[in-house]
Design a protein around this ligand. Structure first.
Ligand code: N0T
Length: 530
């Protein structure tokens, strides 16, 4: 009976976030959970009919979670009248397919714009004002300074969370929520509508100034620099404290976007307390505010976003540009967890999914437009998700505790050296082996591996396109040999050997190798010799 009670308790528990070592894990039904995700294209989840061919694709790629928009215009077609029939069906279908859902709240903002606001709201501009450009031209961007906009969004989001609680809190199919989508100002850096202009002339809110003072040494450098250049002022209006320029316009907007979104999040959580996050369309070097979707939860604005509220659990990046490590590093630098809710579904996603989990100890990964491939069963992402699924218990047990790493190896950067315990692992792209036919090819697929150290001399290596040699970092006079290398997988959490690897498969004991066309996990035992 005691176990039954424990069991049923775990199931009725709302998903929550929990610290483990250096990272934060999502706990679902009482157990840590890794998101092997994918985000649906914007218009796919508008009917169950159009989702029909999608579910098998998600299964074929071993997803355990789908990121699915909830469109304000569809749940509240008439003011105050809510319809959740579509989402009841979506939750039913997700359950049938054993797939979890992360809801994306396409509320007031979706890629800067307010395209998903219901028509009754769009048609009542008097009551629901929009952001204006410098010349006074209205944008299709609802103003974050309007309480009417806030109240309308809040009510709809509360309804969504109440519905989710009623329909799903026993099963926890819906495990997390993204609030709004890629908030940002474009093409005006700031809102020039009346309410906004009034706020701009007022004193910088004490909340932000207190945050600045309390966290003076921990601020992200890009932001600290702005404050410093203007003499670390702690009183005055926005231009007095931060200077008269576009950067200040952006800080101002970021604070009020965060305030609005934190209040929405708080209201939603009061109905049903799922973990909630926001996402950002990344900016580009050399562009000014207004030339990219400005004021969203971007790395240089993290402090501003955090200062305006704590209801939002974390900020996350969407990737449509190649500098993956650069941006991920910026998102984790204050100790926050990494979750990648969107990445263009290109040839690099398989490697990056591994890297997010293994190197950043991240919560999960999710390519965008996940339903877009004709042959999902051939996708490298699916193969890597299959490996992650098999290793999940081991990964989750080790996340954040300094025993897990990952590498991502390209033609340009074919080598990474890891230090794990007393060993140094020299990891290279498989094609660095000069005799492999691929070595002479133009394009090298990204090699990637996740490596978990389970005892001083035992490692699990999982991935594709890597070759690894071991060295003793503490005592270089000792050489390191491969004692035993097996390819296999976990069956009921017990390691099961498929093939014992030696001879050519380890280059007669010289290195561990997973070929470019294979996706595998190997258990490796090393030893030292004089
Ligand atoms: C993303 C997606 C969807 C080459 C774009 C990315 C999704 C939204 N926005 O397909 O609309 O809902 O979150 C914007 C970044 C584009 C940069 C293009 C640079």
């Amino acid at each position: 009976i005691f176990f039954l009670l424990l069991f049923s308790k775990a199931f009725s528990q709302i998903p929550f976030l929990q610290k483990q070592g250096s990272t934060t894990q999502l706990v679902v039904n009482g157990k840590p959970f890794l998101i092997r995700g994918g985000e649906l294209g914007n218009s796919t989840a508008t009917s169950t009919e159009s989702m029909k061919e999608v579910w098998p694709k998600l299964k074929a790629m071993h997803l355990n979670t789908v990121l699915m928009p909830v469109y304000w215009e569809l749940i509240e077609p008439t003011e105050g009248k809510f319809e959740f029939g579509l989402y009841r069906e979506m939750i039913d279908l997700a359950r049938e397919n054993h797939i979890k859902i992360v809801f994306l709240w396409f509320g007031s903002w979706k890629n800067s714009m307010s395209s998903h606001a219901p028509s009754w709201l769009k048609l009542n501009q008097e009551k629901y004002p929009r952001a204006k450009s410098e010349t006074g031209q209205s944008q299709e961007i609802l103003s974050s300074f309007s309480e009417a906009v806030f109240e309308a969004d809040k009510r709809a989001f509360e309804e969504l969370m109440s519905f989710t609680k009623t329909y799903d809190s026993k099963e926890n199919t819906v495990i997390m929520v993204q609030v709004e989508n890629e908030i940002g100002m474009l093409p005006s850096a700031r809102d020039h509508q009346e309410l906004a202009n009034q706020a701009f002339k007022k004193e910088v809110p004490r909340e932000l100034l207190t945050y600045l003072k309390t966290n003076k040494d921990k601020l992200v450098p890009e932001f600290a620099e702005i404050w410093k250049q203007n003499g670390y002022k702690t009183k005055g209006n926005w231009e007095e404290v931060f200077g008269k320029n576009l950067a200040t316009d952006e800080l101002f907007m970021a604070y009020f976007y965060s305030k609005f979104t934190n209040r929405i999040t708080e209201a939603g959580k009061a109905k049903y307390k799922l973990p909630m996050f926001v996402n950002a369309a990344l900016n580009r070097a050399g562009k000014n505010p207004g030339e990219y979707p400005s004021a969203g939860p971007l790395p240089h604005l993290m402090d501003v976003w955090k200062s305006a509220g704590t209801a939002i659990d974390f900020l996350s990046p969407d990737f449509y540009n190649p500098d993956f490590k650069h941006w991920c590093d910026l998102y984790v630098r204050q100790g926050d967890v990494l979750f990648v809710p969107e990445h263009a579904f290109d040839a690099t996603v398989a490697a990056k999914a591994l890297y997010t989990v293994g190197h950043y100890q991240g919560m999960g990964f999710s390519p965008f437009s996940i339903e877009s491939k004709e042959k999902p069963e051939d996708e490298p992402l699916g193969k890597i998700y299959g490996l992650l699924a098999n290793l999940e218990p081991l990964i989750l047990k080790n996340q954040g505790l300094g025993k897990m790493e990952a590498v991502m190896l390209s033609k340009e950067n074919p080598e990474t050296i890891l230090k794990m315990g007393k060993y140094e692992l020299v990891c290279k792209n498989d094609y660095t082996l000069s005799w492999t036919p691929g070595a002479r090819t133009e394009n090298w697929p990204l090699g990637a591996a996740i490596i978990i150290q389970t005892s001083e001399n035992e490692f699990y290596v999982s991935g594709t396109g890597v070759v690894i040699t071991f060295k003793n970092a503490e005592n270089p006079s000792l050489r390191v040999g491969l004692l035993k290398v097996d390819e296999g997988s976990f069956v009921n959490e017990k390691w099961k050997v498929l093939r014992h690897l030696n001879g050519d498969q380890t280059h007669q004991g010289r290195h561990v190798n997973i070929g470019t066309d294979s996706y595998a996990t190997q258990r490796v035992e090393v030893y030292d010799y004089k």
